[in-house]
Write a protein that binds this ligand. Sequence first.
Ligand SMILES: [Zn+2]
Ligand SMILES: [Zn+2]
Length: 268
Amino acid sequence: MGLRFTVLASGSTGNATVVQSGDVKLLIDVGFSAKKMDQMMKERDVAGSELDGIMITHEHSDHIKGLGAFARKYDLPIYANEKTWEALNQQIGAIAEENKIVMDTGTMQDFGTLKVESFGISHDAAEPVGYCFYEGEQKLSLATDLGYMSSKVKEKVVDSDALILETNHDIEMLRMGHYPWSIKRRILGDKGHLSNEAAGEALSEVLSGQTKAVYMAHLSRDHNLMDLARLTVNNIVEDHGISLESQKVRLMDTYFDRPTKWDEMGQE
Ligand SMILES: [Zn+2]
Ligand SMILES: [Zn+2]
């Protein structure tokens, strides 16, 4: 019984991912209306009623837009840390007390044999986190919405079989783009978003023999292109003497409007 996952959608217009291990199915973030969530999950044969819980990374609307309505519809427990809960409470409407689960950053939550661990990331939200999922020998990590990859985050995601990693923008495209400077500075800052370049640099440090798939996520539609992200990441890791091809690492796309295929993490 192995881990598998699908990134339902990723980007500044909305984020959601489903992780499954056997009978256990978890949703990470609910960045779309309940109706749109149902549609995307249906495309991957998952029903809201089959979910065991929702893990929240942070309270920005592209991660929680449909959270209240969706959680109420299927009576699902929501996992988030205390500060994120404080921010969520004003935004998502009434949630049954028993479905408000406080999961402190850095702790582990068990769902049968599937273990989920959160870790802190640097982003302009109350207490943003990424997640690692462990099943047997398998490990999946998710790190998006982060201004930079701290050594702590690198330690957490190293040795993942699959990694969902933010490649938000091309630095030059962002600089040249039409956004006001204050917003550019926010995105480029320590609590903003990870550039293609920074993702490539981070990857060259965390790509161990274990990692076989890297999903490029949360791409800006204004300041990035999938091919450019791919090229930049490839070039930077090559500069560090790593060949994705010879290490058999799959560099995978995510989409802002549709799900990736189920990734069976080498267990097909
Ligand atoms: Zn986001
Ligand atoms: Zn965010």
